[in-house]
Design a protein around this ligand. Structure first.
Ligand code: ATP
Length: 248
């Protein structure tokens, strides 16, 4: 990794870039993933690079959904595996979710590299290498998934998902949790719960709430009743507009 001094004002952001470049060099991340990260960075900048109150409300609802699920799955792509493999594994452990590698630009080699990266952080039984089912409405490669995982899941966490897949999962009747810095994306608008926050921040935040809510069904109910996706996304947009006014 490049030698970035901790005192650099953009240290955190630059470190995320370093992780992605390393993931790219290892074959986890595709070039398109680097571009998608740039889009995310832009929205994060507008958010003031912080976790908003609205993101916390959404993370609580996400934790409640995961705890209420019968079969939950965390779908992992190259960027997520490069940025926060440990946070994925920790969330799977605390919530009981399975982990499945789901790629837009799929190759067996990439799936096995991503699964290996997750396993180095303690993941067990990662799904996705031998897909045996299809998400209806998507072209062949992008629709591939595993019966044991995404196909039969009732709740799917889709961090950094593309809109087509998020919409197709919603059409299958699944409850989905998106983590997406773009409040305008199709993914953000298609998910049951959308957390507009940087993924390395959002996943540990969900894990914390899962632990808090585990034995507290009332808290779960409250978290879900307090969350309204469209209202939450509108609040996020309003924060961005206020920040733009201040910056300008
Ligand atoms: P959609 O297809 O949902 O309308 P899109 O075309 O922007 O949106 P992609 O190109 O697949 O979707 O990009 C994935 C999304 O992930 C982008 O909206 C981007 O803002 C978001 N994103 C990128 N990096 C991060 C990150 N580190 N944390 C959270 N979100 C991110």
């Amino acid at each position: 990794m490049s030698d970035i001094p901790k005192t650099h004002p953009r240290y955190a952001s630059l470190m995320l870039r370093e992780r992605l470049v390393e993931g790219f060099n290892e074959g986890l991340v595709v070039p398109q993933g680097l571009i998608a990260h740039g889009r995310g960075e832009m929205f994060y900048y507008l958010l003031g690079e912080r976790t908003t109150k609205d993101a916390r409300v959404a993370a609580k609802a996400a934790a409640a959904l995961l705890l209420e699920a019968k079969r939950s799955v965390i779908s992992v792509n190259g960027n997520v595996a490069a940025l926060c493999p440990k946070a994925v594994v920790e969330l799977a452990e605390v919530s009981g979710a399975r982990i499945e590698v789901g790629l837009f630009h799929r190759s067996d080699q990439r799936v096995s590299k991503i699964a290996a990266a997750l396993e180095r952080h303690g993941a067990k039984d990662v799904l996705g290498f031998l897909p045996d089912a299809k998400i209806p409405g998507l072209d062949s490669m992008r629709g591939l998934c595993s019966t044991e995982g995404i196909f039969q899941a009732d709740v799917v966490l889709v961090p950094l998902e593309d809109g087509d897949r998020a919409e197709a999962l919603a059409r299958m009747g699944k409850r989905t949790i998106a983590v997406d810095l773009n409040p305008l994306s199709r993914t953000s608008k298609a998910a049951t719960v959308t957390i507009v926050d940087e993924v390395t921040k959002a996943l540990p935040e969900i894990s914390r709430h899962v632990e808090d809510f585990r034995d507290d069904p009332d808290a779960r109910k409250l978290a879900l009743s307090k969350y309204d996706r469209d209202e939450n996304l509108a609040q996020v947009m309003a924060s961005m507009m206020r920040n733009l006014d201040r910056k300008g």
